[in-house]
Design a protein around this ligand. Structure first.
Ligand SMILES: Nc1ncnc2c1ncn2[C@@H]1O[C@H](COP(=O)(O)OP(=O)(O)O)[C@@H](O)[C@H]1O
Ligand SMILES: [Mg+2]
Length: 267
């Protein structure tokens, strides 16, 4: 029943879905800023930080930045952190590198990973980049160990990008995180967008779904902006819910009232 709104508004696809394909990422100043900083971090062989609230667009900005690295020159390893031990990071890493993890000790895992990265660097002149999303979940001892892992040899450090919520910054202030934190050369912090930014975001997604005339009136855009705090994920839920409410109302215009109805369904 809930798909009725797509037919009602003539949407060719879901405009406010959970992920956005690379070609449809809106090039906001934040996204471009993250890309520029990541490029710089990788060039230097250092550490970069991307922080922001949940749904502010961190993972999307990482995806956009990652696409700029040519696969003939760079190997990007994308991990999603958890609150588990360093072994989980090692296992994910080995898996990404296409290596077996069964029955391997921690020391051997580190050796295998470093050897593989160095061989690729020296043999094929390819640089490896480690991207860890949700890094605010990492335990302090894991952050400390990541520094050891990334120190390949005296003058080679594996560039690492850490993305997560602001609590990541607090964790990096601890003494045990100092070696890693001291290598940070660029930081991006994503915040909720301003109202114009939200309007551009909504229009962008509607256009991708095939609608040229924005059905959201001014009051609806303001309500989505305020209700989401300018954060994209929350805005997606409100915008989609408001389209559903308007379609149920048989109203071709989406108003603040429809956004209000949508907000009763979201958190
Ligand atoms: N620049 C952008 N262009 C288009 N959609 C975006 C953009 N940034 C975020 N989004 C959308 O907003 C939602 C939240 O973004 P996400 O990157 O998952 O946030 P975070 O990782 O900070 O929690 C996703 O549905 C994503 O598709
Ligand atoms: Mg994310």
């Amino acid at each position: 029943m809930r798909d009725h709104y797509r037919a009602f508004f003539g949407l060719q696809q879901e405009p406010f879905g959970t992920t956005v394909p690379l070609k449809h990422i809106l090039e906001t100043p934040d996204v471009i800023g993250v890309k520029e900083r990541i490029d710089y971090v990788v060039r230097l062989g250092a550490v970069g930080l991307v922080t922001g609230d949940i749904g502010s667009g961190k993972s999307t900005a990482l995806k956009y930045a990652a696409a700029g690295f040519h696969p003939s020159e760079y190997r990007l390893i994308h991990l999603t952190a958890s609150s588990g031990s360093i072994l989980e990071i090692y296992r994910q890493l080995l898996c990404e590198l296409g290596m077996d993890t069964a029955g391997t000790s921690r020391t051997i895992m580190t050796q295998k990973i470093k050897k593989d990265i160095l061989e690729l660097m020296q043999g094929k002149k390819m640089k490896t980049v480690l991207i860890i999303d949700e890094a605010s979940l990492l335990r302090l001892e894991v952050l400390a160990e990541i520094h050891t892992l990334c120190s390949l040899h005296q003058d080679a450090f594996l560039p690492v990008i850490l993305a997560g919520q602001s609590s990541l910054v607090d964790k990096l202030m601890y003494r045990s995180s100092q070696p890693l934190a001291s290598r940070i050369v660029a930081r991006s912090h994503l915040e909720g967008v301003h109202r114009e930014g939200m309007e551009a975001y909504i229009t962008h997604h509607l256009a991708i779904a095939g609608i040229r005339t924005n059905p959201f009136d001014e009051t609806a855009v303001t309500a989505i902006h305020q209700g989401s705090g300018g954060l994209f994920r929350k805005a997606n839920h409100l915008a989609r819910g408001a389209l559903i409410a308007a379609a149920q109302d048989q109203s071709v215009t989406v108003s603040a009232e429809h956004v209000r109805i949508a907000s009763t369904e979201t958190f």
